[in-house]
Write a protein that binds this ligand. Structure first.
Ligand SMILES: [Zn+2]
Length: 431
């Protein structure tokens, strides 16, 4: 039996990221991590104390890091794992749209979507993720296949991974007013979030007004794919903020990607960020997918990282997160829904270091708060959903891919066995 598998557990000498501790009355010495003892009883964090305060045996973590379980704010569970049967021919965004469209038409039955979602969730769970928001391709009749599957999967995974879904569709689909109204009804019925991909060439003002209208009608939150391009004329982020302010929208709004903002003029950036801050919009960056798709031309080395302006946003008080986005599909060939990989890559790509500060919020507090999955911190009374590492410092954590983690859910260690890709072979052979 694992020394962790006991009803009453004392974790000694745990290095907890300072920005992820909420403990009133506890002195936290300066530094990116704080060494604490964590007492766990009845599946919850009972006590956070300075090391050596509590009597009893406990498990000596030897200053290994302890994080709260992760929250992944932007994924595509319905699209993931199709790479072997739907590769991106040239790595471009256009190539991705074509390959996914053809695969969806040919293969996305309820059984196919369900099997791939379940595979993805087992990966995320083993890596230490406790909550996920996924976008669901909602085009033509697909929503009436995928959303019922999502509901079943959400129920089956309740207590292990909390799930939310967002309707993802293009303005062309939304031109059919009756279809959009029916989609909004379905999303509301499933407790989902409205979304979509506004873009400049497709009357984004009208599109946004109608999507906001349906969200208001049902009291839904919003989550858009925004300006995922190097075209500096792409300014849908600003239009979303203006629409939210004009309509006095009461729900929560997340904007994903926002790539083109990074290439716009300083004046445009300032004006847009003022409006985004005023409208209370959360921005989620998808750094691995952006690095993969943006600035890609065959035979030419990319010069741009593709990511949006997280430092400038945070400096204005805009809530920012990072997330997985696609995994093993034509939009991103790689990835395993591992929030540690996302955080490590984000740190490298976006320079979320020196100092580390509260950047650990991007995969914990920020996504958890905006999606309503709780505070995302380590505090007394919280469920003991924790990830334990051998790495003692952020430098050790970021230097070597940390594969040695132990995941505790409600204080008990879970199996960390990842599903085998071979399991998906029968689905891939159908192509
Ligand atoms: Zn996405």
């Amino acid at each position: 039996m694992s020394p962790f598998d006991v009803p009453h557990l004392l974790l000694r000498d745990a290095s907890v990221p300072r920005s992820l501790i909420r403990a009133e009355g506890l002195y936290l010495p300066p530094g990116d991590v704080v060494v604490l003892d964590i007492e766990i009883a009845d599946g919850r964090i009972a006590t956070l104390t300075p090391p050596g305060t509590l009597a009893g045996e406990g498990v000596d973590l030897d200053r290994g890091m302890v994080w709260p379980c992760f929250v992944d704010l932007h994924t595509h569970l319905d699209k993931g794992q199709i790479w072997p049967r739907a590769a991106n021919p040239d790595g471009s965004r256009a190539g991705a749209l074509g390959a996914v469209g053809a695969d969806r038409e040919a293969n996305w039955s309820a059984a196919d979507v369900r099997a791939r979602m379940d595979f993805a969730l087992r990966c995320a769970y083993a890596h230490g993720t406790r909550a996920i928001r996924t976008h669901i391709d909602s085009i033509g009749q697909q929503p009436w296949i995928s959303w019922p599957v999502f509901r079943e999967v959400r129920e089956a995974w309740r207590g292990r991974i909390d799930l939310q879904a967002v309707a993802l569709f293009h303005p062309e689909a939304a031109r059919d007013h009756a279809w959009l109204a029916a989609l909004a009804d379905l999303v509301a019925d499933c407790g989902g979030v409205m979304g979509g991909v506004p873009y400049m060439e497709a009357d984004p003002w009208d599109f946004l007004d109608r999507v906001f209208g349906h969200a208001e009608r049902h009291g839904l939150d919003l989550d858009f794919h925004v300006d995922e391009t190097d075209d500096t004329n792409a300014a849908c982020l600003r239009l979303i903020a203006e629409t939210a302010l004009r309509r006095n929208f009461m729900g929560r709004i997340v904007a994903g990607h926002c790539c083109s903002l990074a290439l716009q003029s300083p004046d445009n950036i300032d004006r847009t960020l003022d409006l985004v801050a005023q409208a209370g919009i959360t921005v989620v960056s998808l750094p691995m997918c952006n690095m993969y798709l943006q600035d890609r031309t065959a035979g030419r080395t990319p010069r741009w990282r593709g990511v949006t302006l997280l430092h400038e946003m945070r400096a204005r008080g805009i809530r920012v997160a990072v997330a997985s986005d696609n995994t093993r599909d034509p939009f991103y060939a790689y990835g395993d829904l591992d929030a540690v990989e996302v955080y490590r890559e984000a740190t490298r790509i976006l320079q979320l270091d020196h100092p580390i500060g509260d950047w650990p919020h991007v995969v914990t507090v920020a996504p958890s708060t905006v999606a309503g999955f709780g505070d995302g911190v380590i505090a007394e009374g919280m469920a003991a959903d924790l990830v334990l590492f051998r790495a003692r410092t952020f430098n050790e954590f970021l230097a070597r891919p940390p594969q040695d983690r132990i995941v505790l859910r409600a204080g008990r260690p879970i199996s960390r066995v990842l599903p085998d890709y071979r399991e998906l072979d029968p689905l891939m052979e159908r192509a």
